[in-house]
Design a protein around this ligand. Structure first.
Ligand code: IVH
Length: 689
């Protein structure tokens, strides 16, 4: 036999052994990590893995990204790339009482316009990090963090190291493996994994993680996935993005289906519950939460019928068909050592309690907000008091109440200062316009107050706004103190030399910062609007405005009625915008920003506004996306979806089993798009619409 043939037959043998080993390892991995029901010992598993590693080392051409050996991690990355989520990853609204949940149910029924009770799925709310995993033809091809909901960081190598994540979907026959599937879930560390990790770190003299959530976050966002591989990360999956293929009809069935593909779905999940049963399940969870091996911070309730979820759709940042019912926050007692007064972006004075450090739910708390003067007076909280402090999720810790029985008589009553603690100008208690009563907030109304200037600039340069890398809090304070910047527009007048002159800033950092400032000048419209720091204009509202107005000039010329016409903009926001834009100081700053070379990217010029001015109507069922997702896609490209056909309709998107709209559209001569043509339109290059 010639040598080459010998090699071929040897590789054929090796190939089949490699395949056998991989299949076996995938299977045993699933038995152990997903089902928690192993069929072989750890030593036997290791033997199979070692053999596979050996063969792959000898025949590197046989390596594939879905081999069980990738779980040991890949060579480190320089930085994380980012990728867009095909369907945005929204967050959840929070409920804090049974009443909130009953109100949610009432609203769902009203929106669905049904007399019948609605059924829900209830799940535990895991305290970890949301991720998305993309499977093409059953293989894991990409994983991302939630990021800002629209884009996340690509962490595929890291996710591959999590043993309970299937690298290849299991085809069991009970549900066909979809061609394309985005699976969403929460990555977390259980308490045992967290404490053994911290014990190990303590021994090695490494800083400890404050809680399991931080440990999970730190482990997942490692540029070196070989480190991630050593961390005891787990995942529970709870939802999907795209699902191309036959889909279940309820959320409960969807979770079953994910489990058949090999994902871990939390066993504390109850499907098809009445609203009363949901509330009973919440009490059950609240009573057992401490006995669970991992942290949960509440329950998530979701409308069970997927068709109903679609009809309900989403608001800017959260779906209308789901709600988080949070558990009461963790509380501890400690002493108020001092009360500091902070001045915020809008000049509002906030008293902050400086506390004797105390651990609340695993996090050390040494400062907590006291809201405002009335709140302090009403709760009778005094300097020197022993108090309850509470931490709810990521919210700033707050002082709940004083333990009056601990008083010694040395405690002192707190008064808001009559002069701003930063600029010394007199402070005012505003009169509430609506009620004519004294408002609760004390403000420094000096717009030139260094604290306000600093906070405004911080906001302007932060992530989600101009995102200027290197322009951190300390540097901003220094620049403001030296009066090198007095408003955001001044940032763009800073030169490398001015920056290098500022204390402790070397030539190289000055150069980098100048480059980052320059780079930030091209900015999407919504981020520009958010950066201005207009009261009540958060990221969600900025997004709505950017989609509703073709450009900044049109927005600046809009009156209150025009603003109120935008879906999602109410009285309070409209008034705040009109007020902001009527101030010559603000208009001048905006003009200076534009003069300094800032170029706002409008949806059109970005290639994402191709459907601006186009009106769509949807009918029938789409197989690759839900109706709500179709709406989101159209909206993101600038188009509008309406409920009924008219001569103003540009397109009818007709899915399977279309209704009477199809015939009507034909009569009206409206362009009809089948699913494929619709997808084509969504993904086309600019100009093709
Ligand atoms: S559903 C549109 N289900 O909680 C649905 N989220 O506060 C969005 N989370 O971003 C998520 N457990 O990171 C869902 N069973 C669960 C969850 C869950 C934890 C997290 C998730 C989400 C956040 C919202």
């Amino acid at each position: 036999m010639p040598d080459s043939e010998k090699t071929d037959s040897m590789t054929a043998d090796v190939r089949s052994e490699v395949k056998r080993l991989r299949d076996a390892l995938h299977h045993h991995n699933y038995r152990y990590h997903t089902l928690d029901d192993p069929e072989i010992s750890d030593t036997q598993y290791d033997r199979l893995l070692q053999r596979l590693l050996e063969l792959e080392r000898a025949h590197p051409q046989l390596l594939t990204p879905d081999s069980p050996t990738v779980r040991v991690g890949a060579p480190p990355l320089e930085k994380f790339e980012t990728a867009a989520h095909s369907v945005p990853m929204t967050s959840l609204d929070n409920a804090f009482s049974d009443g909130d949940i009953l109100y949610f149910d009432q609203r769902v029924r009203k929106l669905l316009d049904t007399g019948k009770p609605v059924l829900y799925t209830a799940e535990v709310k895991i305290d970890g990090l949301a991720v998305e995993m993309v499977y093409e033809k059953g293989r894991l091809v990409q994983a991302t963090t939630r990021g800002d909901g629209a884009r996340g960081e690509v962490i595929t190598d890291n996710i591959r190291t999590i043993r309970s994540v299937p690298l290849v979907l299991r085809a069991t026959g009970s549900w066909p493996v979809p061609d394309l599937l985005d699976v969403r879930g929460e990555v977390f560390m259980d308490r045992a994994g967290f404490s053994s990790l911290n014990i190990h770190r303590e021994k090695s003299g490494l800083p400890l993680f404050a809680n399991p959530r931080n440990a999970a976050a730190g482990s997942l966002r490692q540029l070196d996935s070989r480190i991630t591989a050593t961390r005891p990360l787990k995942i529970f999956c709870y939802g999907v993005g795209r699902f191309q293929g036959p889909r279940p009809h309820t959320h409960g069935r969807l979770l079953d289906c994910l489990a058949t593909f090999g994902f871990t779905v939390n066993p504390l999940t109850r499907a098809a519950l009445s609203i009363t049963a949901v509330l009973a399940f919440y009490r059950e969870l609240a009573a057992t939460r401490n006995a669970l091996p991992y942290d949960i911070d509440g329950m998530v309730i979701k409308v069970d019928e997927l068709a109903d979820q679609e009809r309900l759709g989403a608001k800017a940042r959260s779906p209308r068909w789901a709600m988080a019912y949070k558990f009461p926050a963790a509380q501890e007692t400690t002493r108020i050592l001092d009360i500091e007064v902070q001045v915020g972006r809008t000049g509002a004075l906030t008293p902050v309690a400086i506390l004797e450090p105390v651990s609340v739910g695993g996090v050390t708390v040494s400062r907590a907000t006291l809201h405002n003067e009335d709140d302090i007076a009403q709760k009778d909280i005094r300097l020197g008091d022993t108090v309850f402090v509470e931490r709810a999720g990521d919210v700033i810790p707050r002082v709940v109440k004083a333990v009056t029985s601990h008083r010694t008589g040395a405690e002192t009553v707190f008064r808001m200062p009559a002069a701003c603690p930063v600029c010394g100008e007199p402070t005012v208690r505003e009169i509430d316009a609506a009620s004519g009563k004294r408002g609760a907030v004390t403000r420094c109304v000096n717009a030139a107050c260094p604290a306000q200037v600093r906070e405004n600039i911080r906001h302007f340069a932060a992530k989600g706004a101009f995102d200027i890398d290197g322009l951190g809090d300390k540097l901003i304070s220094r620049l403001v103190d030296r009066q090198l910047i007095q408003n955001a527009a001044d940032i763009f007048d800073l030169t490398k030399d001015t920056l290098a002159d500022v204390d402790r800033m070397g030539e190289k950092s000055a150069e980098n910062l100048a480059a980052a400032i320059e780079q930030s000048k091209r900015i999407p419209f919504s981020r520009f609007l958010f950066a201005l720091g207009i009261r009540y204009v958060g990221e969600g509202v900025a997004d709505l405005l950017a989609r509703a107005f073709p450009d900044l000039n049109t927005l600046m010329a809009a009156d209150k009625d025009r603003l109120l016409a935008v879906d999602g903009i109410g009285e309070r926001i409209a008034e705040s915008l009109v007020h902001y834009l009527s101030q010559p100081r603000n208009r001048e700053m905006i003009h200076r920003l534009l003069d300094s070379g800032i170029s706002i990217r409008y949806p059109e010029t970005e290639g994402t506004g191709r459907l601006t001015g186009k009106t769509f109507v949807l009918t029938g069922t789409l197989s690759t996306m839900t109706r709500a997702q179709a709406k989101q896609h159209i909206g993101r490209l600038g188009g509008k979806v309406t409920g009924s056909l008219s001569t103003h309709t540009d397109f009818l998107v007709a899915g399977a089993a279309p209704g009477s709209k199809l015939a009507k559209a034909r009569n009206l001569n409206i362009r009809i798009l089948d699913e494929e043509a619709f997808q084509q339109l969504l993904s086309d290059a600019p100009g093709s619409s």
